[in-house]
Design a binder for this molecule. Structure first.
Ligand SMILES: Nc1ncnc2c1ncn2[C@@H]1O[C@H](COP(=O)(O)OP(=O)(O)OP(=O)(O)O)[C@@H](O)[C@H]1O
Ligand SMILES: [Mg+2]
Length: 499
């Protein structure tokens, strides 16, 4: 494996005068999995959007290998130009027509017609099925996309790329909402594609994936090209240093030993709607309670009950020994309970609003109107922006224009701006880079030192062990394990999660 299929050189891109890619390079070999890594906002997605014709570069050169191996300079003016050259991308945010069928989505723009010029639905479904099979999707091609799970939608995206005879397939954080089994399936698929000579660009923040899957890694930092390495010649420690530009201890723990005797929240016989079991748990002052479980174990459902989104069938919730009546999120907030949800787009952030307004919404709600001012909001944005190292251009920037990880930080900052004593974080570091992860953990530690109690739901086992004071493991809507973190390891937790 040695020949290059793609060379990007001296690529520069500015958005409204701000340079987000500065003279970067990227070289892809035939049949390799090339990991593109860097902190949130480093410019990874932007470079790939240039490669797929969505954005135009301001400067630089792109060359693509022809059949005979010679390099040909390419200029893309639209995504179609890139598709025609066999370059396809599965986006961080999918790009499917939800109300159309799988087959319609796969064949969009190239629908087969019969002799009379009428859409040949049978041929379309057959065509779609061929690529669905390659992508490992075993459902009817006539199914509507909106009825599919996230993993299935991703397979549709991949099938769509394959149907365009992708030579280069770009996956932008493809595993961020997949279960463990679905991740394994995706990895098999990637290995298969590799064998067929497809080159994969793989964007991810998850270290273990990079070492399992990647052949080479290119690191970006702050819009700059840093280095390209062979995966087998590097270590996690070296990589992290390149990514964040400083030494960093990936084994530091945050919540261990932080267990007081003072119970703050207690759930007695709570019952999650679709399950039979009852959940009993205690949350102590100043601790980080990690809740682990596989997808579908009932973790998010439990959080939704605590935050008043869903109702428990039975049982009660007590805070400082007093029974709580929580029937909506407003009740929860009034009782000092906040939540950063799993899907920041739905509940965490108003992406059409500016960063400043998102933060102000939480903090300034209770302030007398005379005290509200633009200046105050500006200060607040600056304070939390700095605290969480949010990379943004101006406080008036719409949240949707932030990189994925930075959106998550704003969603967290929004709640930190309120005075709460219980904060529920559902997958708080999904899509967040290593450096920012450590910053978020650090903030969680600081908050607990001030007496706040945190419930952290996570599917990331190493994260659960690093961050929690105590761990609850859920399965089928019930608690399977409740133990101090120092007595646990990955195996014990996993064992409880599947039994
Ligand atoms: N359409 C746009 N308009 C203005 N600024 C943008 C736009 N798209 C991206 N940016 C900015 O460009 C920078 C790079 O963003 P990009 O999405 O490429 O980062 P990333 O490396 O993919 O980050 P993440 O890991 O969080 O997904 C960020 O500062 C972002 O705010
Ligand atoms: Mg991105």
């Amino acid at each position: 494996m040695g020949t290059f299929i793609l060379e990007m050189e001296n690529i520069t891109k500015k958005f409204s005068g701000v340079t987000v890619l500065d003279n970067v390079e990227f070289r892809l070999k035939k049949g390799e999995v090339h990991v593109l890594i860097g902190e949130n906002g480093a410019g990874k997605s932007t470079l790939m959007k240039i490669l797929t014709g969505i954005y135009q570069k301001d400067k630089g050169r792109m060359r693509l290998a022809e059949e005979d191996g010679s390099m040909q300079t390419i200029e893309f003016h639209s995504p179609k130009d890139a598709l025609d050259k066999g370059i396809s991308m599965v986006f961080q945010e999918f790009n499917l027509m939800e109300n159309m069928t799988i087959a319609e989505n796969i064949c969009i723009g190239a629908e087969p017609v019969n002799k009379a010029g009428i859409l040949d639905r049978k041929a379309m479904n057959r065509h779609a099925e061929k690529y669905m099979k390659m992508a490992g999707l075993n459902v009817s091609p006539g199914k509507t996309v909106s009825s599919l799970t996230v993993a299935q939608k991703q397979c549709v995206e991949i099938a769509k790329c394959l149907s365009h005879h992708a030579r280069i397939l770009i996956l932008d954080e493809p595993t961020s909402s997949l279960s463990e089994k679905e991740v394994a399936n995706l990895f098999h698929l990637i290995e298969d594609l590799k064998k067929q000579g497809v080159s994969i660009v793989y964007i991810s923040h998850r270290m273990e994936e990079i070492f399992k899957l990647g052949d080479r890694i290119t690191v970006f930092r702050d819009g700059q090209y840093i280095d390209t390495l062979n995966v087998k010649d590097t270590s996690e420690k070296e990589l992290v240093k390149l990514i964040i530009g400083r030494e960093f201890d990936p084994s530091e723990t945050y919540g261990q030993g932080r267990i007081s005797g003072e119970m703050i929240l207690e759930g007695k016989d709570l019952q999650i709607r679709k399950f039979k079991e009852k959940v009993n748990f205690q949350l102590y002052k100043g601790e980080i309670l990690g809740i682990f479980g596989l997808v579908g174990a009932g973790r998010t459902e439990l959080a939704r009950i605590l935050f008043g989104i869903d109702k428990t069938k039975e049982g009660n919730l007590y805070k400082n020994g007093k029974r709580l009546k929580i029937s909506c999120p407003q009740d929860a907030i009034e009782n000092g309970i906040g939540m950063v949800p799993e899907d920041r787009k739905q509940l965490g952030l108003i992406t059409k609003m500016s960063i400043r307004d998102n933060l102000a919404l939480a903090k300034l709600r209770d302030m007398p109107w005379v005290l509200k001012s633009h200046e105050r909001e500006e200060k607040l944005t600056e304070q939390y922006g700095r605290l969480l190292s949010i990379v943004y251009q101006s406080s008036a920037q719409k949240a949707e224009r932030l990189s994925g990880g930075n959106q998550q930080k704003v969603a967290i900052a929004k709640w930190l701006a309120m005075n709460l004593d219980v904060l529920i974080l559902d997958e708080p570091t999904r899509g967040v880079d290593v450096g920012a992860k450590a910053e978020i953990y650090e903030i969680m530690r600081e908050l607990t030192e001030k007496g706040m109690s945190i419930i952290m739901i996570s599917s990331d086992l190493p994260e659960i062990l690093r961050v929690s004071s105590r761990v609850l493991v859920m399965h089928d809507g019930g608690i399977r394990l409740n133990e101090k973190t120092e007595n646990l390891d990955q195996e014990k937790i996993m064992h409880a999660a599947i039994s």
